[in-house]
Ligand binder design. Structure first.
Ligand code: GMT
Length: 367
C-alpha cells in the first residue's frame, strides 16, 4: 500500500505513535510523512520513509498563518505524485479537516484516496470539546473513511460527547519490546523515580513533585523529570519551594527514553486524564513498575496490583505509599515489572498492533 501519514512531529504521544507506526509499516509499504517538520523519532531513520515538508507561506495580512490549508495543498500534491491509497492522519485537529478537503480536491483530479483518522486523546476529551473546535472536529471524524481510537475509553467518550454512531475501531498504542527492554545498570544506593511528559496541566506534574517529597522522608531517592512544556518552569519553582530542587533532575526533551527508563525504579503518571498512556507503556516494556491514576484508558493498560498500581487523582498519600513499597521491596518490584512486560508482549507489542492497522487499511480500501 501507499500510505501518507500526517501527525504533530513533536515529542507528544500522538506524534511518537504515528512515527513508530510509519517506521514499522515501511518494511512492507511505501510510507510518506506529510508534516511541518521532520518528526522527532524519524531523525535517525529517515532513509526508511519519505518526508514531505508543509511550508506555510507568510503574508503580512495573516495574523494566524493558515497551516490547515497549506497542509491540504501538500496532501493533494503527495496524493497525486505518489498515487497514495490512504491518508492516515493522527490527532483530529486540524488534520482530519485538511485530509477531508484534500480528498475532495484529489477526487476532482481523478485520484481516489481514503482518509483514516486516529484519535489520540486531547483531540477528543479536551481540545476537541471546546466550542471553537467541536463542530469541525465532528465533521472531520464523520467524513473520514475510517476512524480509530487508542482505547475503549476514548471511543466511549467520542460516542457520548459527540453523539457519534459511526463505526470506530479501537487500536491500542504499541511499543517495540526489542527497543524498550530492560538492560538495567548495576545497583545504586539511591533510588530513582521518573516522570516523562509534555508538561501540560493535564499531567499534574506538581503532584509528582509532592509525592516525591513525601517519599524522600523515608527513602534515599532522586526524581527525574524528562520532557518539556508550558508547566516546566512552574515545576522547577515548586521543587525549590518544597526544598527538593537539589534532588530533582530536569532532563528536558530527550530522545533517549530507554536509557532514562533503565535507570528508573518506579515511573509515575498522575494525569488528570489520559486516553491510553504511552509513556507508562514504554516504562512497562522496560519492566519498570508504574504508579498511575485510575483515569481514562489507563485501567485498560494497568491491572492494579498485578502489573502496576492505580490511584485516585490527587491522592498523594496513597501514591507515596505505593511508591515506597515498590522502592523498599525489590522482589515485589521485579515481580510487578516482569508482569508489566508480559502484558506488553501479550497485547501491546508492534507485532500485535501494526497488523491491526494494516487490516483496517485493507478493510477501508475495500469499501
Ligand atoms: O498529552 C499528551 O500526552 C500528548 C498526546 C498527544 O496527542 O500527542 O497524547 C495522547 O496520545 C497518546 C498516544 O495515543 C496517548 O498515549 C496519551 O494518553 C494521550 N494523552 C492524553 O490523553 C492526555
Amino acid at each position: 500500500m501507499r500510505i501518507g501519514i500526517t501527525c504533530y512531529p513533536t515529542f507528544g504521544g500522538s506524534g511518537v505513535l504515528a512515527t513508530e507506526l510509519g517506521l514499522k509499516l515501511s518494511s512492507r509499504h511505501d510510507v510518506h510523512f506529510i508534516c511541518y517538520s521532520l518528526p522527532i523519532r524519524l531523525r535517525d531513520e529517515i532513509e526508511k520513509v519519505n518526508f514531505h515538508e508543509v511550508v506555510v507561506e507568510p503574508y503580512p495580512l495573516f495574523k494566524y498563518p493558515p497551516y490547515t490549508l497549506a497542509l491540504v495543498s501538500k496532501m493533494c500534491e503527495v496524493v497525486r505524485e505518489e498515487k497514495l491509497d490512504i491518508l492516515h492522519v493522527h490527532y483530529a485537529i486540524p488534520h482530519s479537516i485538511s485530509a477531508y478537503l484534500a480528498k475532495k480536491l484529489s477526487r476532482e483530479m481523478g485520484f481516489d484516496v481514503k482518509v483514516i483518522t486516529t484519535l489520540h486523546g486531547t483531540d477528543v476529551h479536551l481540545v476537541g470539546l471546546s466550542p471553537s473546535y467541536k463542530p469541525v472536529t465532528r465533521l472531520g471524524i464523520m467524513e473520514s473513511d475510517g476512524v480509530t481510537a487508542v482505547s475503549k475509553y476514548l471511543k466511549r467518550t467520542l460516542q457520548n460527547e459527540f453523539g457519534l454512531t459511526r463505526e470506530i475501531k479501537v487500536i491500542y498504542n504499541f511499543v517495540d519490546p526489542e527497543k524498550f527492554k530492560r538492560v538495567r545498570a548495576e545497583k545504586r544506593g539511591v533510588k530513582i523515580i521518573t516522570h516523562i511528559s509534555n508538561f501540560r496541566e493535564i499531567k499534574r506534574v506538581p503532584d509528582v513533585i509532592k509525592v516525591f517529597k513525601r517519599v524522600l522522608r523515608n527513602i534515599n531517592c532522586r526524581l527525574i523529570l524528562a520532557g518539556d512544556g508550558p508547566e516546566r518552569l512552574k515545576a522547577e519553582k515548586l521543587a525549590v519551594e518544597l526544598g527538593v530542587r537539589d534532588k530533582v533532575s530536569f532532563y528536558g526533551e530527550s530522545i533517549d527514553v530507554v536509557t532514562i527508563l533503565n535507570k528508573t525504579d518506579v515511573f509515575l503518571l498522575l494525569s488528570q486524564n489520559e486516553s491510553f498512556g504511552l509513556a507508562a507503556l514504554e516504562a512497562m516494556s522496560c519492566e519498570v513498575p508504574v504508579v498511575a491514576t485510575r483515569v481514562g484508558g489507563l485501567p485498560e493498560v494497568i491491572d492494579h496490583g498485578e502489573n502496576g498500581f492505580l490511584v485516585e487523582v490527587g491522592d498523594l498519600e496513597t501514591t507515596a505509599r505505593y511508591v515506597e513499597n515498590i522502592l523498599k521491596d525489590e522482589d515485589m518490584a521485579s515481580k510487578i515489572g516482569g508482569e508489566a512486560r508480559k502484558k506488553v508482549l501479550r497485547f501491546f507489542s508492534h507485532e500485535k498492533i501494526v497488523p491491526q492497522y494494516e487490516s483496517f487499511y485493507r478493510k477501508v480500501l475495500s469499501g
